[in-house]
Design a protein around this ligand. Structure first.
Ligand code: SAM
Length: 401
């Protein structure tokens, strides 16, 4: 029982479970981790903290999901519906089983000790409370540090976010310069530059030293933009400073679920906003068959797609972030948006893109060499040598409660 004292309140437990069900941490759960998670859920059950019999489908009865399919086109708050138990559990299982990770994150990450000082106090507590989760916390820490090794090529290889995303963000939140913005995980400045150009003062927090240096270089002309090298969890903000909008672009999933919402809320002005979005590979109707054909290569190298192929089209994928906002108790969702677009890539461009995904960066060189050779061979057989990759970005905007 003492192992579980970390979850002293139902809200904390729900937030933790919601965090598990989503984003990179859950996406990186391999089969062994899932078994361990089930063990821990059984343990939580036996402590009376979860309802239902162990192994029962209703082990996570307090979690609710927003009906993202019901999002309105005009930015009205997404409607939050109670799903029937079975339906909800099906969604839950889909999230646990289906990777929505950065391009085939390794299924069996070898845990390594993260750099000293990088783990937050809260992560340490979770680790102490549930030792089985040490592995996936460590794999999250290991993978999130991979981006720094590709700092020089990240900006060019990754696509820009759609201009509508920024206009929707400003329309829904009502923020205008000189409102103060806080960005978490800015990388080389992909989502910092467009907002800096609009005249916003921005404080950007970036874990990687090389990425922070890239961002500083790219943002040098903006006197009101500063880039701080730190993990968000460990960053100590200047006393008394509050922000009108905090945002994270394809970075939120790498943060400690136990810390991120509460810390963001504390840093915001009353009524301030948090916006989170994530760029994913989308498979809408008519997606390029290249991606189905290349799956056997991923299987050969032991990096098979987890879950049914193809994944559902972007409009049918449940974005877990609105539910996380609600479960945090710190934010009310006031708008969600989905953007889908397509880009054409040559083999070189596509491989450069893959080289910026944590799963590919962490891949054994022999495996990535084989994969890249196959990509080149297959694209060389096409008349124009290109593939079409669809992107989706799900944006969630919440107001601080
Ligand atoms: C996929 S990249 C996204 C970069 C950029 N925001 C974008 O939209 O392309 C994730 C970024 O989050 C950073 N990051 C990961 N964990 C972090 C943490 N705990 N605190 C601050 N930054 C973090 C990584 O170093 C990396 O730059």
């Amino acid at each position: 029982m003492s192992r579980l004292k970390h979850f002293s309140r139902a809200g904390e437990l729900d937030a933790w479970l919601t965090g598990l069900s989503s984003t990179a941490t859950a996406r990186q759960l391999n089969r062994r981790d899932r078994t361990r998670l089930d063990d821990d859920l059984r343990l939580l059950h036996s402590s009376g903290m979860l309802e239902g019999a162990p192994g029962d489908d209703r082990l996570r009865p307090r979690l609710t999901f927003p009906d993202t399919r019901g999002r309105t086109a005009d930015g009205a708050p997404s409607e939050h519906l109670e799903f029937r138990e079975l339906e909800r559990q099906r969604e839950m299982r889909r999230h646990m089983a289906e990777p929505q990770e950065e391009e085939n994150v390794p299924r069996s990450p070898v845990p390594v000790n993260p750099e000293p000082g990088i783990r937050s106090e809260q992560d340490k507590q979770v680790t102490a409370a549930l030792p089985h989760h040490q592995d996936w916390i460590m794999s999250r820490h290991r993978l999130r540090a991979t981006f720094d090794s590709v700092a020089a090529c990240y900006q060019e290889a990754r696509p820009d976010y759609p201009a509508e995303l920024y206009s929707d963000l400003l329309a829904i939140t009502g923020v205008t310069p000189p409102a103060r913005l806080l960005e978490v995980g800015c990388g080389p400045g992909k989502a910092t530059l467009p907002l800096a150009r609009m005249g916003f003062p921005i404080t950007a927090i970036e874990l990687g030293a090389a990425l922070a240096a890239e961002a500083r270089h790219r943002l040098a002309e903006f006197a009101d933009v500063s880039v701080i090298m730190s993990s968000f969890e460990d960053w100590e903000p200047p006393t008394g400073v509050r922000y009108d909008l905090a945002y994270a672009a394809t970075a939120w999933k790498w943060l400690d679920p136990e810390v991120k919402y509460a810390k963001a809320a504390k840093l915001l002005t009353p009524g301030g906003h948090l916006a989170v979005w994530n760029a994913d590979h989308a498979m809408p109707a008519g997606f390029d068959p290249f991606f189905t054909e290349i799956q056997n290569v991923y299987e050969e190298i032991g990096e098979a797609h987890d879950g049914p192929w193809p994944p559902p089209p972007p409009e049918d994928r449940l974005d877990p972030i609105p539910a996380e906002f609600d479960a945090s108790g710190d934010f009310m969702v006031i708008g969600t948006r989905l953007y889908v677009w397509a880009l054409r890539y040559t083999a070189d461009e596509y491989i450069a893109l893959l080289d910026t995904f944590s799963g590919h960066i962490a891949m054994e060189p022999a495996k990535s060499q084989h994969l890249y050779q196959e990509i080149r061979r297959r694209l060389a057989a096409r008349p124009d040598g290109r593939l079409t990759r669809h992107w989706s970005v799900a944006l969630t905007i919440g107001r601080r409660l």
